[in-house]
Unconditional design. Structure first.
Length: 502
């Protein structure tokens, strides 16, 4: 975890900072007395009559308090004497029923980290603007609806976290935080953002998940250093075209159920490495998506896509492609042009059903999903993971043996009646899952599958295993709920030596 004291050496830091670092190095061996963390909880409060007395006791011992952590659900009002701790570097307040903070909080002139958690606090004192050295501010205050305008004076603030509050608006002065690198405003009630947010030229992370945003300011495109943007669970019907100007962006998460279209300008994100598209009402991706030359991971979940653009084949650097719970019936031929692809998962359903692993009654097959694979799929020379569960496939490509890098193949919940004979030529294949299909038999050459370790064939129509299979030993075999005779089951049990589930 990154330190709240982001200094490279000891030479340019206050004494209390390097002493704290030394403690981290030696605390396992000696008891260091020059560093004190004061914790005031319900149990420890018995030693003092009040928080003020606890602070007085520390003062009498001539002990400097560098970190103060208050945990007391009985504390309602924080004493103004908190301001007497002039050298305090870190203050953590976790008091459920705390209702007010004193203005003297602003007297902690050397404070670098301030974290406040309360269910009863409504406002933050205006004096917070005096904390000139503050670098990290975290607020988890259930009743908080606004921030003091003076927050813009915290010129050294690098990290601002406002989580699980009731924040309705941001003050315009937020744009004055010229040192701000990380802004996380999660689980609030924001509807809009101030235009001044475009002035945060050092911002590299912007997390706005679980709000009520209906629009984004156009000048969000000015955040040239932004490399991570999360817009999960908002009410945005569209994205501004200026989002394509975020040339520093490397990670983008769009979980927006109300999103009706995906702007073409998204293709201008030349440095994007990971794109997550979750929820939405759009049925196709813009052709421009093929221009994301550095895209390595593309995850699409619960988006009613009916097709993928042929331009997807231009993503030469793509390593992982997941399309889950969509309405795809076919894949473009250009899928075979993804020369770097290592993992491909195309499912109608979102995740594995527990019935893939344990014996339960089979469920009806879904009537959506892929019915045929393009022959070009066998050109994916680097493909290691292929998951095509929960589709409507009736056959595999005859030249499937060309997928020589394949290690994991999941075909469960399809309508396969047989495997091609050359499936056994996949020398690196270790995991083969084909539960809930219509398989009647396995190829006679199945015994050539020397590298196969895990085989799942539950809920099929298999009557007998080929004798060649008994030439090698599987680590795990799941084959119940087929049409195997008792004699066949006994032979399988003897073969597996009772060391696994059947």
């Amino acid at each position: 975890m990154r330190s709240v004291y982001p200094f490279a050496t000891f030479s340019n830091v206050p004494t209390f900072v390097w002493k704290r670092r030394l403690i981290h190095l030696f605390k396992s061996f000696v008891w260091v007395v020059f560093f004190v963390v004061v914790q005031v909880s319900v149990g420890q409060a018995q030693k003092f009559y009040s928080l003020e007395q606890a602070l007085e006791a520390q003062a009498k011992k001539s002990t400097r308090i560098y970190t103060l952590e208050l945990r007391n659900d009985g504390l309602i009002d924080l004493s103004p004497r908190i301001g007497e701790l002039k050298k305090l570097g870190s203050l953590i307040i976790k008091c459920k029923n705390l209702k007010t903070l004193p203005e003297s909080l602003g007297d902690l002139r050397y404070l670098r980290s301030l974290k406040i958690e309360s269910d009863s606090l409504i406002t933050i004192p205006n004096s917070i603007e005096k904390l000139k050295y503050l670098e990290w501010l975290m607020l988890k205050v259930d009743g908080l609806r606004g921030l003091p305008q003076g927050i813009g004076n915290l010129r050294r603030l690098e990290r601002l976290e406002i989580t699980a509050n009731n924040l309705l608006v941001f003050p315009k002065s937020i744009g004055n935080l010229q040192s701000l690198k990380k802004l996380e405003v999660k689980a609030n009630r924001l509807i809009t953002l101030p235009k001044s947010i475009g002035n945060l030229q050092r911002l590299d992370t912007l997390r706005l998940e679980v709000n009520s945003l209906v629009t984004l300011p156009r000048n969000i495109g000015k955040l040239q250093r932004l490399y991570k943007l999360v817009l999960q669970a908002n009410k945005l019907p569209k994205l501004p075209k200026s989002i394509g100007r975020l040339q520093g962006l490397k990670r983008l998460t769009l979980e927006l159920n109300g999103l009706k279209t995906l702007t073409k300008s998204i293709g201008k994100l030349q440095n994007l490495q990971m794109l997550q598209l979750i929820g939405g009402q759009y049925t196709k991706l813009p052709v421009s998506i093929g221009k994301m030359k550095r895209l390595e991971n593309l995850y699409i979940l619960n988006v009613p896509l009916t097709t993928l653009p042929e331009s997807i084949g231009d993503l030469k650097g793509l390593k992982v492609l997941w399309v889950l719970k969509s309405k795809l019936n076919t894949l473009p031929k250009a899928i075979g042009d993804l020369e770097s692809l290592e993992g491909l998962k195309i499912r109608y359903k979102q995740s594995l059903d527990p019935s893939d692993f344990i014996g339960v009654n089979p469920r009806p097959l879904h009537r959506n999903g892929l019915r045929v694979l393009p022959r070009t799929i066998v050109r994916l020379k680097n493909l290691q993971f292929l998951d095509l569960a929960y589709n409507q496939l009736t056959a595999l490509p005859e030249d499937i043996e060309k997928l020589q890098s394949l290690e994991h193949l999941n075909l469960s919940h399809n309508q396969l009646t047989s495997f091609p004979d050359n499936l056994v030529k996949l020398k690196k294949l270790m995991y083969l899952y084909a539960n809930y299909n219509q398989l009647k038999s396995l190829p006679e050459a199945f015994g050539e599958f020397k590298g196969l370790g895990y085989l799942q064939l539950r809920y099929n129509k298999i009557k007998k295993l080929p004798k060649s299979m008994y030439k090698f030993r599987l680590a795990n075999l799941y084959i119940m709920h087929n049409r195997l005779s008792k004699e066949e089951l006994k032979a399988i049990k003897k073969w597996m030596q009772g060391g696994t589930d059947y």
